[in-house]
Every structure is written in C-alpha cells, then in structure tokens.
Write a protein that binds this ligand. Structure first.
Ligand SMILES: *Cc1c(COP(=O)(O)O)cnc(C)c1O
Length: 393
C-alpha cells in the first residue's frame, strides 16, 4: 500500500509493510543470514544492483528493510538504515562523514559516549572535535573552521534540556558546506522532524521512544538525500553494525503505539512538571512544556510536543538526591528513557559518579540534579510516589 499521503499514526502502523505469500498481517521475521539465488544470472544481477533482492543479512534483510522504510517515511527522508544500537548509528555517521584531518562541531551536552568516542578513538585517527553550546548560534559559527565537515546536534540535550534551533543552525552549517546530523532520540519523529527543518541526517537510539518497551537496544539513521545515504549504508555494511532481524521485528512491533505512548507520557510529564515546580524542596524544574522554560518559544515552534523528560534540582543537594533515589517505589532507578516504565536517575551519584565534582559542574551536573523519564502509569500514582519520597528529604 502507498502510505506516503497517510497521517503519522497510520504510517506508524502501515509504512514499510510488504505483502508476503501468506497475507501475514504483521511483518514476518526472516531469521536467516543468507539468501539463495535462483541461478547464476540472478546472483550476478543482485550483486550488480540490476535486480532488487537480498543477498546476505548484514547487507540487507526483508524484516530489517521493512523497519528502515517505515523510519524513513516517519522522518520524511530518502531512506533509512537500522543498526545494532544507537552508538552503532553514531559511530557509523562519524566513520562515514569524517576523514583524517577533518573537524566536527558538536553540541557540548551531547550523549556522553557520542562525545567520548570522538575524544578517544576518532582523535586517535586524526579527527578533531569541538564541543560548544549549540543553543547559541554564534557559538556554532565561531567553532567552524576550514576543515570542519560535520555539525552534530542533539536537541533537547541532556541534562540541561537546552534546545538547538535546527533550522537556523542548519542554515549556518550549509553556508560553510557542512553536513548536519541531528540526534533525534529525545523527541522521536512524532515530536520533531529534523530533515524537514533542514538537517541532512536524523539519528536515533531506537532503544528509547521508538521501540518504547525497554526490551531491546537498537539504532537508526535516516538520510535526506541519496548521496549521503549511500555513504552511510556502505559504512554500515563494512563496519558490520547491522541490526538483527528479530530486533527489527521487535522495533516494528513497538513503534506502532508510539504516538499513543508519547501522548500519555507527555500529558503526565506536564502534570508532574507543574507539581514539582510548586514543591518547596525543588529549586527549579526544566521541561519544555512549562512557561518558565527558557526556550519555551523555540520548543513551541520546532517541536510538536514537549516530550517526556524532566530535569529538576533538589534544594538539599547530593544527599537529597540519594534520599529521593532510596525512597521512590514506583519509579525504577535506571538510566534510559522512552519506555512504558517511569525511570528516575540522580546523575551525581549514578551516571556521572566517576567524574570529579569540578568536571561534573562543568557539564551542568549539579549535586541535586534529578532526571525523570515518564512512563505511562497513572499519573496520580507517579505523583504520589514522588510525594512520599520527597517527604523523606
Ligand atoms: C541512548 C542514547 C544514545 C545511544 O543509544 P544506544 O541505543 O544506547 O546505543 C544516543 N543518543 C541519545 C540521545 C541517547 O539517549
């Protein structure tokens, strides 16, 4: 079925579907590593690209292909590539678009490993990187050098929930001939479509909202044009970061309810953010749906909803943070986001515990900072859980 003109929710269900011999209602799992050719000519035609079909699962597979086509339609891109993890998507982008002597400009508060791998492995191969506050457009312009090839953005970025104006940042980058990559994990294509705003590649950790059930790890890239797509595809095939057919099946199953899940989690997030903003033990709350959010207007313009991630600062610092962690009962103490379970995390004692206090503060990880990722439980239960735990501080 041609799904191009259907609405977003219909695309979630039907885009990328193909008809199989038995009329299967859902995309079947082609759990095979290789595909037999009919004869020598068929094999030759497949390898030469004269005929469409499948050769070997690292290169392509019907189940994975269905997911890639669905994601490409959701992001309004040319084509998609599914990968083993979000980080496989990140490293594939770097590997495909950067060479020795090149330079990349990134959001400073980018996902930790996305920065770490540039500073360790890619630095080793002679790739330079700069990390700047990309919410300030002049910082982007200042950081671009003659050897800069890629602008890598994450918006909203963690834990500051700072937004980047994708449209304006892309205009600046394109003026200098750069390729713009946006990590769209925190929004999903339901809330933000970077390619429509001028970016060249949308990147996802499928682990989060897209799969949505905290039961697999996966990643994806969607390119706006054929040239960039071909570079990315070739790199994925060479580096071997491909997705597995079973993993693809799980994501296809999970993504179908994405808009319902996000609608519910967002509705609850707004109520929780308002509750926290009025709580005497809370110093501040950052959530793009609050009028007090510093980039409220940009959020309204660029995103179709404020998402389901809240950052807040407790007045009691480190100890208040650990007390809250030790007393919540419904929220799981866990990293990640975008699943149906509500997750809570205290970066100073958990994800960023390995850093010195100075390094933590430089990354805006204050002692009382809490990251809250809303699930889809009853909001009354989520608030009651926070309320009883906050009372223990
Ligand atoms: C989780 C995450 C990643 C990495 O994805 P994995 O699936 O864990 O490899 C990248 N970017 C963001 C914003 C993430 O939240």
């Amino acid at each position: 079925m041609d799904t191009k003109n259907l609405g977003f929710d219909s695309k979630l269900i039907h885009a990328g579907d193909f008809e199989d011999a038995f009329g299967s209602a859902v995309t079947p799992i082609y759990q095979t590593s290789t595909f037999a050719f009919r004869d020598s000519k068929h094999g030759a035609d497949l390898f030469a690209g004269r005929e469409k079909g499948f050769i070997y699962t690292r290169i392509g597979n019907p189940t994975i292909d269905a997911l890639e086509n669905k994601l490409a339609e959701l992001e309004n891109g040319y084509r998609g590539i599914a990968l083993a993890s979000g980080m496989a998507a990140v490293t594939t982008v770097y590997m495909a678009l950067l060479a020795q002597g090149d330079h990349i400009v990134c959001t400073s508060a980018v996902y930790g490993p996305s920065r770490g791998v540039l500073e360790s492995h890619f630095a080793k191969f002679g790739v330079e990187s700069s990390f700047v506050d990309t919410s300030k457009l002049e910082e982007i312009e200042k950081a671009i050098k003659s050897n800069t090839k890629v602008l890598y953005l994450e918006t909203p970025a963690n834990p500051t929930i700072a937004l980047v104006d994708i449209k304006k940042a892309s205009e600046i980058a394109h003026k200098h001939g750069l390729i713009v990559v946006v990590d769209n994990t925190f929004c999903s294509p339901y809330l933000q479509r970077p390619l429509d705003l001028g970016a060249d590649v949308a990147l996802h950790s499928l682990t989060k909202f897209i799969n949505g059930h905290a039961d697999i790890v996966g990643g994806a890239l969607v390119a706006k044009d054929e040239e960039v797509y071909n570079k990315l595809r070739k790199t994925m095939v060479y580096m071997g970061g491909n997705m597995d057919p079973h993993q693809a099946y799980m994501v296809i199953r999970g993504v179908k309810t994405m808009s319902l899940r996000i609608d519910r989690a967002q509705e609850s997030s707004m109520k929780v953010a308002e509750y926290l903003e009025n709580h005497p033990k809370v110093e501040w709350v950052k959530y793009p749906g609050l009028k007090s959010f510093p980039q409220y207007e940009l959020a309204q313009e660029q995103m179709d909803g404020p998402g389901a991630m809240i950052s807040f600062e407790l007045k009691g610092g480190y100890e208040a943070g650990t007390t809250l962690m030790d007393n919540v009962k419904l929220a799981l103490l866990a990293v990640s986001l975008g699943g149906v379970e509500t997750l809570i995390q205290h970066p100073a004692s958990m994800t960023h515990a390995g850093l010195s206090k100075e390094a933590r503060l430089e990354a805006d990880i204050t002692d009382g900072l809490v990251r809250f990722a809303l699930g889809i439980e009853n909001v009354e239960d989520i608030i009651a859980d926070l309320d009883q735990a906050l009372a223990k501080i």
